[in-house]
Write a protein that binds this ligand. Structure first.
Ligand code: AMP
Length: 585
């Protein structure tokens, strides 16, 4: 980018009706991609824009498109191809807002919608057609879509179209445009097949690479952390509660897991919604609206559902799993840092995936920094800081009458009442009070096992890969526990859900950091389970882990209210004997 590029939209000499629409929208300065792409596009040249989503690329190709088409007659003059219905709708909406003074009609064409209105618009000869390749091809095949008058073609998010298997459809559509036309191609990455399409269908294109040589994600602070799969719920908790509260988009691999992850985060007090393809359109739109209205702190989405997200205020993207390839990675993290803002991205990488993630980094020519997630004490201090800030924001006058009444009626000092109120706030906000007792070490999975100490432990009880001896806060090492004072935790799942003693020991060890050797009696009934723990450990676990992941599900953990009469007090099931025999040594 040179310094003599236009700095205001007025420098482009756009149709005054477009200029006044931009003024109305409050677009004062062109974004980098707009400054770079508008002059060649307005001059009729083909352009390849290597730009990320959120860079303002829609106006970059849309303003010249509208400028060319102002006062155009009937017949399809502009064809915009987009990978998804959501993007097609966004582009249409943007074109409509930029061109509202022009009176140029457009139609959005995508699969899954009724053919009737699309056919009607095409027959009427609307000049702007924005659509997804599949349905456009249907209309081309049936003769409803006539491309003989097309003058301006846009391929938006071309790499995404390729990834979704549209390359052939795109080529068929481009091949059907026989007359002279101007082509604009936008893509965050430039895989081989896209480069070939550009070579075949574009005429001496000017390539615009934003931030000279820098990848499209250079403005996003990227980090990764090494975490085994089973620790991911805890890692996510640390990532979300330990960072600046903003709006986070969490990517999950499957539709089913979105709901589970969202429930887990909700139990931590976060305002969160899942977003996935099993939800109907209305439910998805409701989530998107809440996100736009800044009512949500977290959205947990699958790749496909996340395509519908067009929000500029996402501050962080978390990849709970490694995306399938580097292109998907770029698209995912491009959901943050939009419209000139900064963004952050965190990717969770299992030990087995570290090499593959290294390959992504080399491919993107961008090193990503490995980070350690916050310790329990960091989280506690953050939580306390948040509460303190919230308290400072409250006008003391608000409750002064109430306080005066309390001071009059009861024999308590101001200090007592303040301390009690703080205690209650901490409890409600899930913020531990005894900060000094909180663990200040790295998260359980990131700890180095301390071999000599480990040998003191009874054999065979701690599941493989479980936390090392640093979990001492939960109980001393070694020795068969005295279980007479044990408190029982209750879990509303049992044998019918396939729960085995090893699952319970594993879940408590891996998620809550409870060493296997202090776990007491385990009882598993058809639909419920009980686990005995020393009272102090039980109290800590209950406080910090209202839910725990068991056989892939988040299961509430509560204190048992006394034993169910149907449950025997002594082990009488073969697996109980097994567990005790094997586990307790
Ligand atoms: P896009 O990359 O086209 O999806 O645009 C991202 C967001 O930036 C959209 O919400 C646009 O409305 C907004 N935007 C695009 N260009 C400008 C501009 N020059 N000034 C302010 N906002 C803009």
């Amino acid at each position: 980018m040179t310094t003599d590029t236009p700095t205001t939209f007025a420098d482009f000499g756009l149709d005054p009706r477009i200029q006044s629409a931009l003024d109305g929208l409050g677009f004062e300065k062109p974004t980098d991609i707009q400054s770079a792409a508008l002059p060649p596009l307005l001059a009729g040249k083909d352009v390849i824009g290597r730009a990320r989503t959120g860079s303002g690329k829609t106006a970059a190709f849309g303003l010249p498109l509208l400028h060319h088409l102002a006062d155009s007659g009937r017949g399809v003059k502009a064809l915009v191809l987009a990978p998804t219905r959501e993007l097609a709708q966004q582009v249409s909406a943007a074109l409509q807002s930029y061109g509202k003074g022009l009176g140029v009609e457009g139609v959005t064409i995508y699969g899954g919608a009724p053919y009737g209105p699309q056919l009607k618009a095409l027959r009427r000869g609307v000049p702007i057609v924005v659509g997804t390749p599949g349905r456009l091809l249907d209309h081309l095949g049936s003769g409803a879509l006539d491309l003989s008058q097309v003058e301006y073609v846009v391929l938006d998010e071309a790499d995404e179209m390729l990834r979704m298997g549209f390359a052939e459809d795109v080529e068929t559509l481009l091949g059907a445009i026989t007359g002279p036309r101007q082509v604009a191609l936008f893509s965050a990455t430039m895989p081989g097949p896209i480069a070939r399409i550009a070579k075949t269908y574009m005429n001496d294109p000017e390539t615009i690479q934003m931030e000279q040589g820098a990848p499209a994600t250079a403005h996003i602070t990227q980090a990764w952390t090494r975490v085994p799969n089973r620790f991911k719920p805890d890692a996510l908790r640390r990532a979300l509660l330990g960072g600046d509260r903003g709006t986070t988009l969490v990517f999950a691999r499957t539709r089913a897991s979105c709901g589970d992850i969202a429930s887990h985060l909700e139990s931590l007090g976060l305002r969160v919604e899942p977003l996935h393809g099993d939800m109907n359109q209305k439910a998805r739109e409701r989530v998107l609206q809440r996100l736009r209205d800044a009512e949500l702190e977290v959205v947990v989405a699958t790749d496909i559902a996340a395509r519908g997200i067009d929000v500029n205020h996402i501050t962080q993207v978390v990849n709970l799993d490694l995306p399938e390839n580097a292109e998907v990675y770029v698209h995912r993290i491009g959901r943050t840092g939009r419209a000139g803002r900064e963004g952050r991205a965190l990717t969770m990488v299992t030990p087995a995936e570290v090499r593959r993630f290294g390959f992504f980094q080399r491919k993107l020519n961008q090193p990503v920094q490995e980070v350690q997630l916050p310790s329990d004490r960091d989280l506690g201090m953050r939580g306390r800081g948040r509460l303190q800030k919230a308290i400072e924001d409250i006008d003391p006058e608000l409750a002064s009458d109430w306080l005066a009444t309390l001071l009059e009626d009861e024999e308590r000092s101001v200090e007592d009442i303040a301390a009690q109120a703080l205690g209650l706030l901490a409890k409600m906000g899930g913020v531990p009070l005894a900060q000094d007792e909180l663990d200040d070490g790295p998260p359980p999975w990131a700890r180095r096992p301390n071999r000599p100490e480990r040998q003191q432990r009874p054999q065979g009880n701690r599941p493989q890969g479980g936390p090392g001896p640093r979990q001492q806060g939960f109980g001393g090492p070694g020795g068969r526990p005295d279980t007479s004072s044990h408190v029982e935790l209750f879990l509303p799942v049992g044998r019918q859900a396939g729960v085995r003693p090893a699952d319970l020991v594993g879940a408590l060890a891996n998620e809550a950091g409870v060493p296997g050797n202090i776990i007491g009696r385990i009882t598993i009934d058809d639909h419920k389970s009980f686990v005995g723990l020393p009272p102090d450990v039980a109290a800590q676990v209950l406080k910090r882990y209202p839910q725990i992941e068991l056989r892939g599900r988040q299961v509430p953990l509560t204190k048992s209210r006394g034993r169910h009469p149907s449950l025997p007090n002594k082990p009488n099931k073969p697996w109980q004997k097994n567990h005790r025999g094997k586990g307790r040594g």
